[in-house]
Design a protein around this ligand. Structure first.
Ligand code: NAP
Length: 281
């Protein structure tokens, strides 16, 4: 029997962060701006984490915080200003935005070379056609975690549960680009279990605590759990029933300390990449 490997997201993230730190020129540090609207407490925590990590590396963060009732025109004006500002290398919008603001329109207004979240339609398109670009952070983290277990993914069957623009669709495209045969399943898929049971690589990004049970998983699969769910008692769990699935998997990411730290590490890497793009212009 092969021994199970728990994928250590923090150790992998520190590899990425170390290489970013080595690239930073303290006399010309990367600088990024986060646009936040309203005071969502979860967003506040995420922004604090990003800023702490950035400052530790020598990256300068800027927080542009607007009231909940800010107009779309005001945010558009700010994005246009940031796009022109040569001292700002990366721009991102902290999601979620209030319903009255058009998130897609605002994301696409960010200059694609400053789009450190990798969510601009042009960057999503670059990923699809296999061109260099700024790609979304969580999918990059997922691929890094998978590659830490297996270098060549050619011909493996990868199943992605979830089809969001943030995680499911881009990671499915990355797996396809890595020569996997890819299936995407979602809330309208019939008999999901019969599809996940065939997966050599199973990526789950749903937001439903412990959705994936041991009998959904093939023996020896690599299982990547992206979900973050807080239970009534405050405990954080993923979308995968970790305790039972780990008995079948070849490798599995835990929640927390799995994909979360890799997401933030790849945000830092994207900021560095955006800095390089601006400096090459
Ligand atoms: P999302 O936009 O809400 O998308 C969820 C996806 O799951 C949708 O495609 C939905 O299908 C599908 N789905 C819902 N119920 C399902 C079911 N019972 N069976 C199969 N598919 C189902 O969420 P997201 O932004 O992709 O995030 C997913 C999870 O990952 C969340 O818990 C989020 O917090 C977490 N996350 C973690 C990180 C990290 O750094 N660790 C980063 C990003 C997200 P439909 O399209 O048919 O509705």
């Amino acid at each position: 029997m092969t021994s199970l490997k728990i994928i250590d997201g923090r150790a992998l993230a520190s590899e990425i962060l170390t290489s970013v730190k080595l690239q930073i020129d303290p006399n010309n540090p990367p600088c990024f701006a986060v646009i936040q609207v309203g005071g969502n407490p979860v967003s506040n925590v995420y922004i604090r984490h990003k800023f702490k990590k950035a400052i530790a590396l020598g990256i300068e963060p800027k927080h542009l915080h607007f009231a909940e009732d800010v107009s779309e025109e005001r945010i558009e004006k700010e994005i246009r200003r940031l796009n022109k500002d040569k001292t700002i290398h990366g721009v991102m919008i902290q999601m979620p935005l209030p319903e009255n603001l058009n998130a897609r329109k605002l994301m696409d207004l960010i200059a694609s070379d400053k789009d450190i979240d990798g969510l601009h339609s042009r960057n999503l398109g670059r990923l699809m056609v296999g061109e260099k670009g700024l790609y979304s952070c969580t999918p990059q983290g997922i691929m890094y975690a998978i590659h830490s277990m297996k270098k060549d993914l050619t011909s493996l069957h990868a199943v992605v549960v979830g089809r969001s623009n943030l995680v499911g669709k881009p990671v499915a495209q990355m797996l396809l680009n890595a020569n996997c045969t890819v299936s995407i399943v979602h809330s309208k898929t019939r008999d999901i279990k019969s599809i996940t049971q065939k997966a050599d690589i199973l990526v789950v990004a749903v937001g439903h605590a412990n959705l994936v049970k041991a009998d959904w998983v093939k023996d020896g699969a690599i299982v990547i759990d992206v979900g973050i769910n807080r239970l009534g008692d405050g405990m954080l769990v993923g979308d995968v029933d970790f305790e039972n699935v780990k008995e079948k998997a070849f490798a599995i990411t835990p929640v927390p300390k799995g994909i979360g730290p890799l997401t933030i590490a790849f945000l830092m890497k994207n900021i560095m990449d955006a800095w390089e793009i601006q400096n090459d212009k």
